[in-house]
Design a protein around this ligand. Structure first.
Ligand code: ATP
Length: 228
């Protein structure tokens, strides 16, 4: 079954149009990579799905229901867990308080998140603001998991992090995938992204221009749309 279906989405910032027809879907248990060069509309697509910058036209369906007119709060409660760009956590709460504040009944508990991220367990009483960038990213993912999402959305989860930390975060993403978690992921490092993805969606100037499996993403397509 399709978990998320985005169809013909057009989104504006005031008078300025940012999305011109985004098509994308995620099936249950799939990892889908949302790709495109800077400014092509990846974050705006995610904001449109989450209701943060609602689509002006087109449709967003989640678990079969139309959600494009719902508030961000209600959308999140339906089972969409966003890890936004910039890894927002409560800086003056401890690691554990951050996790508990996000918690909803479901598969994930403090214990299982701590097992997934042993570094967070070690730092449970530390203020979030004192964590390294990589640890804050782990906390942001942990917080999203604590909401028990059916679909986890990661926007540039590894941006600006050291290679060793990026490696740890990708290992966690693969572990989640192996556990059946559905994920929509935006990332610029193709070498790490492609082996983890089941399918790719490429945006150019706010519209979907290519969809396919990672092994179908030829050098020519990469060159044309991703500039690598
Ligand atoms: P990046 O990889 O740089 O994060 P992106 O693919 O996520 O890029 P978006 O951030 O979605 O792209 O931007 C898509 C378009 O919308 C760009 O032309 C951008 O300038 C514009 N845009 C983004 N945010 C705003 C905003 N708050 N107000 C006006 N225009 C915006």
């Amino acid at each position: 079954m399709m978990l998320l279906e985005v169809s013909r989405v057009e989104t504006f910032y005031g008078a300025s149009q940012a999305l011109f027809g985004v098509e994308l879907d995620v099936a249950e248990g799939e990892v889908v990579a949302l790709m495109g060069r800077n400014g092509m509309g990846k974050t705006t697509t995610i904001r449109s799905i989450m209701g943060l910058t609602p689509a002006r036209s087109g449709s967003v369906r989640f678990k079969g229901s139309a959600i494009e007119k719902r508030s961000p709060h209600r959308i999140a409660r339906l089972g969409l867990g966003l890890v936004p760009e910039g890894r927002r956590c409560f800086p003056n709460l401890t690691v554990e308080e951050n996790l508990v504040a996000a918690a909803r009944k479901g598969r994930w508990t403090l214990k299982s998140v701590n097992e997934l991220f042993p570094r967070l367990a070690e730092r449970r009483d530390q203020m979030a603001r004192t964590l390294s960038g990589g640890e804050q990213q782990m906390l942001a993912i942990g917080r999203a998991l604590m909401t028990d999402p059916d679909l986890l959305i990661l926007d540039e989860a590894t941006e600006g992090l050291a290679p060793v930390i990026r490696h740890d975060i990708w290992a966690v993403i693969r572990k989640l995938k192996d556990g059946g978690q559905s994920i929509l992921v935006v990332d610029k490092t193709l070498a790490e992204l492609l082996p983890s993805a089941d399918r790719c969606v490429v945006l150019e100037k706010g519209a979907t221009v290519w969809r396919g499996r990672p092994d179908e993403l030829t050098a020519e397509i990469q060159d044309r749309y991703l500039g690598v």
